[in-house]
Design a protein around this ligand. Structure first.
Ligand code: PLP
Length: 389
C-alpha cells in the first residue's frame, strides 16, 4: 500500500531507530546501558498517583472529558495559578490556556493552526527533531537557524537573512534546551518578541524543562517577556518536572488566537485528556512544587559523576546549567557517529549522536542523566576503561 507523500519527507524518528539497535543487542545477550533517551526512571510522586486512583473510580470521569478539547476548567485554573506562583505571569484560563496530551502534541497542532503550505518555519539547529516532523507534516518548509557554543547556544536573530524572516510565519524555540542544556535570558526573550513582532512570526516556545535548572540559574518563562502574548505561545509539560512522561499531559499558554486555533484542531482530532489524569495533573502542580528540586539534586550528582569521568578521558568542557542532558564534545579526530558507535560497540553504552539534532550537532553527543545511579556508575566505569590511554 502506498502511503502519503508527506510521510516520505519525514526522517525516521531517531529513538525508534535506536530502540531497534538496542533491542537487537539485548536479544544477543549484551548488557546494554542506554543514556540516549530523556525519560526519568524514578516514579511519579505518590500524591499524584493517589489522585489518579481516587478519581479513576468516579464514573463521571469515565465519560468524555469535561470541556473536551479545552481541558477541564479546574486544570486550566490550576495552570493559571501555577504560572502566577512560578513566573508572576497572569493568564486567562478561558482564552489563554489549553490542556494538551503532552507538549509534543502542541508542536504539531501549533503548525496546523498557524502555518500555511509552503510557509517557512524557523527552528534551531541543533534542535528537537519533532519540530521538523511537525513542520513537514503541516507542509511548512523548515529553515534551520544555527545555535553555537560561542553564543551560549542562543540563535543570533540579526543573522537570519531578512528575505527568510519575511517569508517565515513561525519559529520553534526551546530553552532550557534539549539537546544542549543551554538556558535563555530574559534579555534574549525580549529581543525575540521584537523580532517576532517586526516580521509577524508566531513564536512556539517549548518549555518542558523550565523547572529543571541547576543552582544559580533562574527559572524563566517566555511569557515573562513584555508583549510575549501578542506574538506567541509557550508549551509546557508535566512529563519532565514530575516524572510523568507516560501520563501524556501538558499545556499551551499565551496568545488567544493561537490558543483558539489549537483548540479548533483538537476539537477535530481528539476529545481531550482523561479527566482522572487532569485531576492528577492538578495534584502535581498544587502539591509537588518541591519535587523537581529533589530530582535536580539527583541529576546534579549524576552530572558530576559523568563530568568527572569525561575529564579522566580527556574531555573537559563547561556545561550549560539546564535540563537533565549533557551535550558533550567528542574526542578530537572523531565524528559524532564514530564516537557513538565506538561507545556502543566497545562498552554497550548508548548515547545520542549530535548529528541526530542537525548538522551543527556534529562534534557532540548527548548523554541523558535519567538512568538509575548504579547503571550510570557501571556505564562510566566501562567508558573510563575503554578510553583511558
Ligand atoms: C521531552 C520533550 C518534549 C515532549 O514533552 P511531552 O509533554 O512528553 O510531549 C517536548 N519538547 C522537548 C524539547 C522535549 O525534550
Amino acid at each position: 500500500m502506498q502511503t502519503a507523500d508527506r510521510l516520505k519527507k519525514i526522517p525516521p524518528y531517531l529513538f525508534m531507530e535506536l530502540r531497534k539497535k538496542i533491542n537487537k543487542a539485548k536479544a544477543e545477550g549484551v548488557d546494554v546501558i542506554s543514556l540516549a533517551i530523556g525519560d526519568p526512571v524514578e516514579a511519579t510522586p505518590d500524591s499524584v498517583i493517589d489522585e489518579l486512583c481516587k478519581t479513576a473510580r468516579e464514573p463521571i470521569n469515565h465519560r468524555y472529558p469535561i470541556d473536551e478539547e479545552k481541558g477541564m476548567m479546574a486544570f486550566r485554573k490550576e495552570i493559571a495559578r501555577w504560572y502566577v506562583e512560578r513566573y508572576n505571569v497572569k493568564l486567562n484560563p478561558e482564552t489563554e490556556i489549553r490542556g494538551l496530551i503532552g507538549s509534543k502534541e502542541g508542536c504539531h497542532h501549533f503548525v496546523l493552526a498557524r502555518v500555511n503550505p509552503g510557509d517557512i518555519v524557523l527552528m534551531t539547529d541543533p534542535g528537537y527533531p519533532a519540530y521538523r516532523s511537525s513542520i513537514l507534516m503541516g507542509e511548512g518548509v523548515p529553515h534551520n537557524v544555527p545555535i553555537l557554543a560561542k553564543n551560549n547556544y542562543l540563535p543570533v536573530l540579526e543573522d537570519i537573512p531578512t528575505k527568510i524572516a519575511k517569508k517565515a510565519t513561525a519559529i520553534f524555540l526551546n530553552y532550557p534546551n534539549n539537546p544542549t542544556g543551554a538556558c535563555a535570558t530574559l534579555d534574549f526573550l525580549q529581543k525575540l518578541v521584537a523580532f517576532a513582532r517586526e516580521f509577524d512570526i508566531a513564536v512556539c516556545y517549548d518549555n518542558p524543562y523550565g523547572e529543571l535548572v541547576f543552582d544559580g540559574q533562574k527559572k524563566i518563562s517566555f511569557l515573562q517577556a513584555k508583549g510575549a502574548k501578542d506574538v506567541g505561545i509557550e508549551l509546557n509539560s508535566l512529563s519532565k518536572p514530575f516524572n510523568m512522561c507516560g501520563w501524556r499531559l501538558g499545556m499551551a499558554c499565551g496568545n488567544p488566537d493561537l490558543i483558539a486555533g489549537i483548540s479548533k484542531v483538537k476539537e477535530n482530532t481528539d476529545s481531550g485528556v482523561f479527566n482522572a489524569i487532569q485531576y492528577a495533573g492538578i495534584a502535581a502542580l498544587k502539591n509537588e512544587s518541591g519535587f523537581a528540586d529533589k530530582m535536580l539534586g539527583i541529576y546534579a550528582r549524576r552530572r558530576e559523576l559523568v563530568l568527572k569521568t569525561l575529564k579522566k578521558i580527556g574531555i573537559e568542557f563547561n556545561p550549560p546549567r539546564g535540563t537533565f542532558y549533557l551535550w558533550v564534545p567528542v574526542p578530537k579526530g572523531m565524528t559524532s557517529l564514530e564516537f557513538t558507535n565506538r561507545l556502543f560497540d566497545k562498552t554497550a553504552v548508548v548515547v545520542a549522536a549530535g548529528t541526530a539534532y542537525g548538522q551543527y550537532g556534529e562534534g557532540f553527543v548527548r548523554f541523558s542523566l535519567t538512568v538509575p545511579d548504579d547503571r550510570l556508575e557501571e556505564a562510566m566505569s566501562r567508558i573510563e576503561k575503554e578510553f583511558k590511554s
